[in-house]
Design a protein around this ligand. Sequence first.
Ligand SMILES: Cc1ncc(COP(=O)(O)O)c(C=O)c1O
Length: 388
Amino acid sequence: MERIPVAGPWITQKEIEYVADAVANAWYSHANIYHERFEKAFADYLGVRYAVSLPSCTSAIHLSLLALNVGPGDEVIVPDITWIATAAPITYVGATPVFADIDPKTWCLSAESLEECITPRTKAVIPVDLYGNMPDWDAIRDVARRHGIAIIEDAAEAIGSEYKGRKAGSLGDTGVFSFHGSKTLTTGEGGMLVTNREDIYHRVLFLRDHGRKPGEFWNTEVAYKYKMSSMQAALGLAQLERIEELIARKRQIFAWYWEELSDIDGITLNYEAPGTKNTYWMVTVVLDPSWGIEKERLIALLGERNIDSRPFFYPLSSLPAYEHLEQAKQARQRNQVSYRISPYGVNLPSALNLSREKVRYVCEALKDILLRRSKAFSRNESADVETL
Ligand SMILES: Cc1ncc(COP(=O)(O)O)c(C=O)c1O
């Protein structure tokens, strides 16, 4: 059997036709037609005023920080569990990342930990809708409002997720998305920044195009060149016109896993809190530590059966990239939930081309690994346990 990939898109004839049309026609006076259509449709879909297409979500976070005037001397709080792209732009602007703990159910930023991490230097927080899960947004927004700090919502992994009827990405001062090839909606590489704030919108347009007003050749600041191509925008528009179908497929894949795995003791799957909608970018399993199987081992065992999987994110504060930071040292002491869950979490195959049969195959493999483990335990064959 072909190797089962961990993530990947669903491309149809519609996407091919839109991209071909952009290649043929999106030039001269039509150069921006696909950007305009994609941004307008995206803003409408989210129910926000402005959307700016960008080359990546990382650039959207970078521009968000710049537009919010975050710089040297400022602190920005991020959850300890996320992809490093959430935090790296904090360093780009000369500010300091502070790593807060996560909630044990949603695996997203804990509002209590956020509040504990706030100091007089805190300027912003970047909550993450991790794997499509939604955090307790009411609590997070309440903390941010009481302390007067800005919110950048990292919805890179959560297009279509909802919190009390509001779409992921629409809950902060800015919201940011990734359209990397692994994401539910892809443009190959790409990103979007959304906001309801006119001041941020104009500042972002200025900063992402070498510090000039659109169309002018008079640069008043040294800034950045962060633009998406029209071919990418055409691909994004086609995908967005199919968004309900893409999300339904993601939810179907999760439902298949749930059918197979939810009655096994000692494993936890993604959580969907009441009042939220999870779009399950990555179906994720967290094993109870009593299994004694760490994520690297489980990934290797699945790999032997031709199944690709990924580690639950390592706490940022554990990474060599942040070793030198005093903030990371403090986080390693403080963030007990992050350090308890991360060693035992694995992202299972969640690509949009997955079939029912493949999900069954993955679940059978996982169950077999766990069964062998418990048999070895019950025979107390420590040698077997070691080699599992
Ligand atoms: C939570 C999170 N934030 C940010 C990013 C960065 O996205 P991009 O690769 O488009 O810059 C990713 C990408 O994987 C992500 O998962």
